[in-house]
Design a protein around this ligand. Structure first.
Ligand SMILES: O=C(O)CCC(=O)C(=O)O
Ligand SMILES: [Fe+2]
Length: 323
């Protein structure tokens, strides 16, 4: 076999773990492009595996245009990018770590600009989700647009803990804004975590939690260690390199995290949420979305203000749940 990028094993970082990829611990994710028009097959995949990887759902050039707009915005804020490189390379200056890059999520100056919306709320995802749900669909106003700094990653979680106050059929679409390798920080999913019997206790405790309601302090992540998930509950971690245009779609019970950005590049991505219009939507993410005070995920690590009353921690809860 020829020694190519495709078959050579790389050492990548997931959380703080060094992991060989592809390997039994972290396998390559399969796309569903061969049966993209067979909605019942796609729904079955979503139910069995917990995700759909679609190559080229968005127009590649539109995504690259959005990337340019986001990089120009970051550059306009000064002292974020390496001056020895052109802006469109997206190289971060030395030491641009946690808190260096702007918060772009919510309804922000950049999240709702035409080049960005043209991709993340464009005709193509609307068409896909209306076919998938077989009815009219709606997407939250709140857009989780982000640029991941050097050494940054998202820990293992299910999205239900953040957005469980509306439709149970809610889906997340993760859109990389550019070509993103595993080394730059992509999403990894634990295949089967959404419905394997071995995840039942996890799903009926952590998976049911409304992080804001219980006053959870911190990120809302179950763990930063991917193998705590597989060792305790099973499932199979999978990931892949993404090209501009690709998307990963998963449901509220799919355990996912990101690989760690070990490069000098800003990793730009956006998650958007999709559901049938006929169902109620979580009120925190539609309408006046800037008012949500609860900060979870990486934002919780940056927020020094103590104005949000917190009552518990994930460590305490795990002890209570016996997990
Ligand atoms: O982009 C990330 O690092 C995390 C994204 C995520 O958790 C999601 O799309 O639900
Ligand atoms: Fe998530």
């Amino acid at each position: 076999m020829a020694y190519t990028r495709e078959n050579c094993q790389r050492i990548v970082k997931v959380g703080y773990r060094d992991v060989a990829f592809p390997s039994t611990q972290l396998q390559s994710m399969e796309d569903c492009n061969d049966y993209l028009h067979d909605m019942s097959a796609l729904r079955k995949d979503m139910n069995d595996k917990g995700y759909l990887l679609i190559r080229g759902l968005h127009d590649r050039d539109d995504v690259l245009t959005a990337r340019q707009a986001v990089l120009n915005y970051i550059h306009s804020l000064g002292d974020k990018l390496d001056k020895n490189h052109s802006v469109d390379e997206g190289v971060l200056r030395e030491g641009c770590g946690l808190g260096c890059l702007p918060v772009m999520e919510g309804h922000t100056e950049i999240s709702h600009t035409m080049p960005v919306l043209n991709v993340i709320a464009g005709e193509r995802p609307f068409k896909f989700f209306s076919q998938y749900f077989d009815e009219d669909v709606t997407t939250f106003d709140y857009k989780w647009l982000r640029a991941m700094h050097q050494s940054g990653f998202t820990g293992a979680h299910v999205d239900n803990v953040y957005m469980c106050r509306g439709s149970k059929d809610l889906l997340t679409m993760w859109t990389p804004i550019g070509d993103i390798t595993v080394e730059m920080g992509v999403l990894a999913v634990c295949e089967g975590s959404n419905n394997l019997p071995s995840f039942q206790r996890f799903q009926s405790t952590y998976g049911e939690m409304d992080a804001e309601l219980v006053g959870l302090k911190g990120t809302g992540w179950f763990t930063e260690d991917p193998f705590e998930i597989t060792e305790k509950f099973g499932g199979q971690w999978k990931t892949t390199d993404f090209k501009a245009g690709d998307v990963l779609i998963f449901n509220m019970r799919t355990v996912h995290m990101s690989t760690t950005n070990t490069t000098q590049f800003a990793r730009i991505s956006c998650d958007t949420r999709w559901q049938p219009s006929s169902q109620p939507a979580d009120p925190r993410f539609s309408g006046n979305v800037e008012t949500s005070k609860a900060k979870f995920g990486l934002l919780s690590k940056m927020d020094c203000s103590d104005n949000i009353q917190t009552f518990t921690t994930i460590e305490k809860l795990k002890e209570e749940w016996g997990l």
